[in-house]
Design a protein around this ligand. Sequence first.
Ligand code: SER
Length: 862
Amino acid sequence: MQASEIRRTFLSFFEERGHRVVPSSSLIPNDPTLLLSNAGMNQFKPYFLGLQEPPYPRATSVQKCFRTVDIENVGHTARHLTFFEMLGNFSFGDYFKLDAIRWAWELSTERFGLDPERLWVTIYQDDDEAETIWRDEVGVPPERIVRMGMDDNYWSMGVAGPCGPCSEIYFDRGPEFGAPGGPAVDPDRYLEFWNLVFMQNERDDAYNILGPLPRQNIDTGMGLERMAIIQQGVPTLFETDVLRPLVERAEHLAGRRYGEDRKTDVSLRIMAEHGRATTFLMADGVLPSNEGRGYVLRRMLRRVVTHARRLGIERSVLGDLVETSVAVMSDAYPELRENRAFVEQVAASEEQRFSETYAHGIALFEQEVRAAKGRGSTAFPGEAAFRLHDTFGFQEQLTVELATEEGLAVDTEAFARLMEQQRRRAQEHAKKGDVAEGPLGEIAAAAGPTDFLGYERLESEGKVVGVVVDGEAADVASEGRRTRLVLDRTPFYAEGGGQVGDAGTIVTAGGRLRVTATRPGPGGTIVHEGVVEAGEIRRGDAAQAAVDPAWRAGSARSHTGTHVLHHTLRRLLGEHARQAGSLITPGRLRFDFTHYEGLSHDLLQEIEAQANGRLVGDDPVRTYETTFDYAKSQGATALFGEKYGEIVRVVEIGDYSVELCGGTHVVRTGEVGFLRLVSEGSIGSGFRRIEGLVGPDALRQVNLERRLLEEITEAAGGGDPATAPERVRRAMARIKELESDLGRIRRAEQQREVAALAGSATEAAPGVWAVAEVYRGRGVGELRELAQALRARLAGRPAAAVLGTVEDGKAQLVVACTDELLARGITARRLLDAAAGQIGGRGGGKDALAIGGGPNAAGIGE
Ligand code: SER
């Protein structure tokens, strides 16, 4: 069976048994505690925890998964993967152990045709019930049922969430793969391919089991790649039909064969596995960065490039690996094909960037190797390894590998210490970013999601269902307190989709809250933040909520303006100009998009003109809700990384722009008024940012620019503003000309002065010439220049120049000697020492030129 058939077989088996086939969720989870989706059950977590009512009692899926713990191992073993596919069946309080086990057996032995004699199972140590089912219902002989402890057979997500004992199914690949004795003896020979989790408890972040879940659930996960190994009778992942083509592509790029040499294999596997995994990350909207998932992506992309260079590949490789990944995987994951141009572009720009860092990194590495060898040491410093890792993206493993080849051992302790420090910093960072806070979580659990009325109206009545003062749940918020309020329904738009939350007021019989920010809270709540301006607000109060109409109008203008701008950019630059982020505030918009190069002034003007052309078209802005699939069939632009439910909101402008968007908009584009672009620039390779203003704010900007022009005109001597730029240009050119004339005159003057001074040289001793002169008010810097020019002029004979000046009541001396005088043992420093006494000072400097000062101005002539 090929991978596609494995997926089909699995899904249809469970579909026949009443399971809803649910598409894979994005690799970017809708769960702030999780970095990347790591199991099929992630998207169902709220159902397991009883926080949300499941829309169906049974589900089945093929989920894109990512586990980062093994990145360092990928390539060095034939088993480790980062990206993988998990086939799963799920029961939300419906069937439990008995059916899950029976069906897993039936599917494995009948549809997948596995020999029952070669299957082993493990169970959780105390799970007698599972043992009984396996033994008596299914008929697995007791010697092939193995009990295992908490570490092996108790599953959780790695973060707080649902958990439970599990039972795993193993396939015995035969004696050529290792020793007999079962899964506990040899995990290579006995390949685990399916994990059945009996989700019945909840655990917190500290691994404490909190107690039973409201219902007993099932969560199973079969590794697609594992089943492919078994089905295709191949020794490792890298020979399966999902990875083999990538290995071949890497072989082709490197001009080498897989399986001939261990070192080459490591690099080829990394190129294949990481090439595919990173393609999936980018297609789901992850961008390379220095933290979180972006860091994972960057690290892996760099690992690929480094290994390609190690194989001697000088050209870029990521584009090829993306291409093969798309070809192999996009039938199952069409988003790869849809986002291909974007993925290629992100990969290419990261590769180019790293190629530059790589050269510096490898240079640093080589320098450290030379230094270590020079010291006669076999240790490679941990600090250098960390710097290579942190600054140049060289993983520890890689540095270790490279160092080993040089006969050096990386000081991994020092490295680990530095990494640990960095990890702690990262953790603190992650904690700060945590969104779901205790009291709001409780309010959400008690009150449920807030009803949002703000698409239709700006004012409404509601009830205060939650009050938080200073981070604590409270019954009452009194005057002057920073407060967060949750109502049962509200017209306030919560920050989202780039649009800032609404501002306004919430008034109760007893008090008034000035709302300055509105944000999404946990569980679909909308949280109003602000200060109680008057009186007090109590939980349970009836409230009148009113959005500031000017604020909302400004946001709506910006948001519609942004859609029009987005459309115009794609029309003028091409389909690759995709939205990468936006910030929509009243009257002002910021739009980030993907594009390779800066936009010329003319192009920007054209974009502005076309966008404004659209706005005066005064087209209707229609919004409606529909299914995700229908919206996509209408060509709606969806955002990377956004999680869309089955029902989505579509914003359509005229007949040209269709976007999935939850934001608030104007009714007709004419209301936006006028869009003024104010800046355009780079925000990282391959990404541009445009900022603009709309409506009255755009007008204010234009007035500001006009004022500026008036001031420039005034500075240029008044008159017609139209000629002001030319006049300023001419004035600048004239200043340059005059400066250069002045320079010439000064140089000529100095030459004359030097010639005259040189001519005044007297024979101070036989064959020794001297020039001495005292100035007043000339700076010592000027004298220094003069002395140097004199030294040059007097060259050829033994001569000294001694120049003095009085500056701010202090005496200064500059002495210069020609080389011929120096040859006689007389230096400027010695002459200055001899003279400095007269001015009550001391001197210093070089043999050829010395400068000194002293307080006794009267002594300068002497
Ligand atoms: N969640 C379990 C796992 O990931 C089974 O799906 O192994």
